[in-house]
Design a protein around this ligand. Structure first.
Ligand SMILES: O=P(O)(O)OC[C@H]1O[C@H](OP(=O)(O)OP(=O)(O)O)[C@H](O)[C@@H]1O
Length: 187
């Protein structure tokens, strides 16, 4: 299972971003090109494991977008995007995003109290992005039916668990200067 994802991760190039070993992969970067077979394999898997009662998919810009598009087309459920730039719309919420190699802002629009949302993203690493986003959605009063992330690295998942947030991931990897190793595939 998840054969294409596993093989492609083992071939991922590594670059340094400060002290951070960053892997480059079609799902997390859009380069090398994203083959439809890989997207299909991942989408099938996601649709099979998430709770079915969401009425909106929330994608985190940028690399949550192809995943959300594909899940949306498979389920018929719409998606909106947590953007990196503001629109100034009524009710827009700004939050800080901190990863292992960057700091910035995210802007939530189009989520209301009682909305049942599925959050989707490509990678969890420090967990900084999801901690901020999930707190903001809880403040709005949205119901998070599931959070699904394709690739897990680092201690982000346990950081979320420590504050009572459970998410699902497809694969756990380790990244060093020599490349990616696969620690676990969550079938
Ligand atoms: O767990 P964390 O340490 O917060 O890292 C995870 C975040 O890092 C990437 O975001 P980035 O803004 O680099 O992504 P993009 O390439 O999708 O724009 C990824 O898409 C996650 O949103």
């Amino acid at each position: 299972m998840l054969k294409i994802l596993r093989e492609s991760l083992l071939n991922a190039p590594i670059v340094r971003r400060g002290d951070y070993y960053y892997f480059i992969h079609p799902i997390s970067d859009g380069v090398p090109q994203l083959e439809p077979e890989l997207l299909e394999e991942i989408t099938e898997h996601i649709v099979g494991i998430v709770s079915k009662d969401f009425d909106k998919i929330l994608a985190i810009e940028a690399m949550g977008i192809p995943l959300a598009t594909s899940i949306s087309m498979k389920t018929g459920i719409p998606f909106s995007i947590i953007r990196k730039r503001p629109y100034g719309l009524d009710g827009e919420i700004k939050l800080s995003q901190e990863t292992g190699y960057s700091k910035g802002e995210l802007y939530v629009n189009d989520v209301r109290k009682g909305d049942k949302v599925l959050i989707v993203d490509d990678v969890i690493s420090t967990g900084g992005t999801l901690v901020s986003l999930i707190k903001a959605l809880e403040d709005i009063g949205a119901i998070i039916t599931d959070t699904i992330v394709v690739i897990e690295r680092g201690d982000g998942l346990s950081r979320l668990k420590d504050i009572g947030i459970d998410i699902k991931t497809l694969i756990r990897i380790d990244v060093t200067e020599n490349g990616v190793t696969i620690e676990d595939t969550h079938e």
